[in-house]
Design a protein around this ligand. Structure first.
Ligand code: FAD
Length: 637
């Protein structure tokens, strides 16, 4: 497997401009001769589909939801970053670049991150032009708030529904193309595998989830925009349908998988209430602009919050990180919450939680200002917990939320399989070992609106692709494999539900490859996962048939892939004998309990190559060099 990142030469700030000039172009009249498959209609996929069709390409777009508008991106709450410096508080492209490299604990590629910061400016203009209703100041300027890991206000938002509003913008742009016939939309279709011809990505096998019909779709190139895999943990803040299948199937066919263990545990989710819960709900990071995080100073203090005086409260983030306070980055805020709970200072009926308290902000600003800023989030909290957060502090606890790992891509967003491009959360790029809040929407839209539509042209212009028929043997073979897999799942007829297995796997990952990891724990998980996978294939019960709508079958296929993927995640976490960002190995910490990196041995992205189920994957490395932000111990104190 060759890892050529194709980083353009020249000074950092000129790389993208130069590269755009050097990219081969497809003549406008020729673009319609190229068909591109985009799997995913979230912010990354919808923005790419709309832009590529606008450029003239023929696009086929797929999603498993009943409408592209229901992609998980719709759940994003808090905002999207951009280095506009509207606040005149010292922001700049370089500062956003710097914050992202540092926030990711020096495990991202400098050239990509700088380009992301540059392109962030265009995203806001594009979305405003589409009519996205960003919050505005009284005078009409776009408003900003702060997110973790930054000392400037650069987050643009639409109340607590930023993802929804951005997605409506991208969706409308795509709908225009659907109306024009340049995008063919296949909703309720699930990609089950990717098809390679002569080593290049030339199509996919997808199943119509309503009729059960399986079909081959051919194209000149394939783009995966299929989101993140936090649901490997079973409980996460992601929509229940989020999964690893598309990128896992591509990995099995030769795409390198980078840093699978880099997962983000978000500090402000509503704590789990019991064993049978199926999902966790995020309380947006934006709440940390005004909410203060605390636990009782002493263990076992069960007094109601309003009876605990300030002298008996520990505002631990403000105490430990005076420069960033409650806006310390997510990995750090999560670890400190876990530490407080492990010390017996947790709050709420289960003791698994810390307070996020708006008492002081309400006193200072008034309830109506807080309601204007976060009203829908407060309503959501109240509906779920039955507690009124205007009167009692919210209870929060860390939860799996985002995955920085994903398929390896070069500067052109192409994977190690020629013709297979990967965008949005599904790729590994830009966030290193910890993503800063409000940067996922930025990256997804940067990839979809501004980067991929140009870089994919460079591939198409040079690839010399023969026309491909969907009855080509390669399509028939992969389709037969996909069909056999479904039949195998249905034939097991065991005694346990898919959910039971998923829950078990998730707990194993959470306990041993979650917020804190150790070599012993990871070895234990690696010894358990193959046995659990074997039990799954022997004893799972999948009712119904493959010939019509069967949600148990859909779920079983996704969990079967999580069962294989979990092993890769643990291998990667064990292999990386250092702590960095969200990857916290308990053996590698400073005296103050912070992550201790080992730059000498691990300043690289680890890229894994599939060698067979249950086999140790082959390791490759992309070295990371830091010319513009010198490697240093990350500090937010
Ligand atoms: C609760 C929550 C709040 C968040 N808030 C913010 C925020 O405020 N700011 C921020 O920057 N980030 C936020 N994030 C992160 C951000 O929302 C995501 O990283 C981002 O939306 C991912 O976009 P995407 O386009 O890559 O993937 P998604 O939006 O997840 O879309 C994936 C698409 O792929 C399709 N798909 C997947 N697999 C298949 C398959 N096998 N076959 C066919 N289709 C498939 C799906 O149908 C879907 O259309 C939040 C995340 C969560 C969970």
């Amino acid at each position: 497997m060759e890892l050529n990142a194709r980083i353009p030469a020249g000074p950092l700030e000129q790389k993208w401009d130069r590269h755009r000039f050097d990219l081969k172009l497809v003549n406008p009249a020729n673009k319609r001769r190229y068909r591109v498959i985009i799997v995913g209609s979230g912010l990354a996929g919808a923005s790419a589909a709309a832009t590529m069709a606008e450029l003239g390409y023929a696009v086929d777009c797929f999603c498993f939801q009943d409408s592209p508008r229901r992609a998980h991106s719709i759940a994003a709450q808090g905002g999207i970053n951009a280095a506009k410096n509207y606040q005149n508080d010292g922001d700049s492209i370089f500062r956003l670049f710097y914050d992202t490299i540092k926030g990711g604990d020096f495990r991202a590629r400098e050239a990509n991150v700088y380009r992301l910061a540059q392109v962030s400016l265009n995203i806001i203009d594009q979305c405003v032009a589409q009519g996205v209703p960003f919050a505005r100041e009284y005078g009409g300027h776009l408003a900003n708030r702060s997110f973790g890991g930054a000392q400037v206000s650069r987050t643009f938002y639409a109340r607590g529904q930023t993802g929804q509003q951005l997605l409506l913008g991208a969706y409308q742009a795509m709908e225009k193309q659907i109306g024009a016939g340049t995008v063919r939309m296949f909703a309720r279709h699930e990609m089950l595998d990717i098809v390679l011809v002569d080593g290049r990505a030339r199509g996919i096998i997808a199943r119509d989830l309503v009729s059960g019909e399986m079909r081959a779709f051919g194209a000149h190139a394939v783009v995966l925009a299929t989101g993140g895999y936090s649901n490997a943990f079973y409980l996460s803040t992601n929509a229940k349908g989020c999964n690893v299948t598309a990128i896992w199937r591509a990995y099995r066919r030769g795409a390198g998988f980078a840093n699978p263990c880099f997962t983000q545990i978000h500090p402000t989710s509503i704590p789990p209430a019991g064993e049978n819960q199926s999902k966790l709900t995020l309380m947006s990071e934006s709440l940390r602009n005004d909410g203060r995080i605390w636990v009782p100073r002493s263990q076992g203090d069960t007094r109601p919050a309003d009876q605990i005086p300030d002298t008996d409260r520990d505002y631990y983030l403000e105490r430990l990180y005076p420069s960033f306070g409650n806006l310390a980055p997510r990995d750090i805020a999560s670890r400190r919450a876990k530490e407080a709970v492990d010390e017996g200072r947790g709050v709420g009926p289960t003791g698994i939680g810390v307070y996020l308290d708006f008492r002081d902000a309400i006193r200072r600003l008034g309830q109506s200002v807080i309601a204007d800023r976060y009203g829908n989030l407060f309503d959501m909290y109240r509906n779920i917990t039955g507690e009124n957060p205007y009167e009692v502090p919210m209870r929060i606890y860390p939860a799996p939320h985002y995955t920085m790992g994903g398929l390896w891509v070069d500067y052109n967003l192409m994977s190690t399989i020629p013709g297979l491009h990967v965008i949005g959360e599904a790729n590994f790029s830009d966030h290193g070992a910890n993503r800063l809040g409000a940067s996922a929407l930025m990256q997804g839209l940067a990839d979809g609106y501004f980067i991929l539509p140009l870089t994919i042209g460079n591939y198409l212009a040079q690839a010399k692709l023969e026309p491909i028929a969907e009855d080509h043997a390669a399509f028939r073979d992969v389709e037969a494999e996909a069909r056999q897999r479904l039949e195998r799942l249905l034939a097991i007829n065991g005694t346990r539900t898919v959910r039971e297995f998923h829950q078990k796997l998730g707990k194993l990952l959470w306990d041993f490859c979650g917020m804190a990891r150790s070599a012993d724990g990871l070895r234990f998980a690696l010894s358990r996962i193959p046995a659990l996978r074997e039990e799954f294939w022997r004893d799972v019960r999948v009712p119904g048939s493959a010939a019509d709508l069967n949600q148990s079958l859909e779920y079983a296929g996704r969990v079967a892939d999580f069962m294989e993927f979990a092993e890769l995640m643990c291998h990667d976490a064990l292999d990386r004998a250092e702590s960095c960002g969200g990857h916290f190995r308990t053996e590698h910490q400073t005296a103050e309990g912070e992550a201790r990196r080992n730059d000498e041995d691990y300043a690289h992205a680890t890229v894994w190559e599939f060698t067979g189920v249950g086999e140790k994957p082959r390791e490759h490395r992309e070295s990371l060099t830091f010319e513009y932000v010198p490697l240093s111990q990350r500090s937010y104190r």
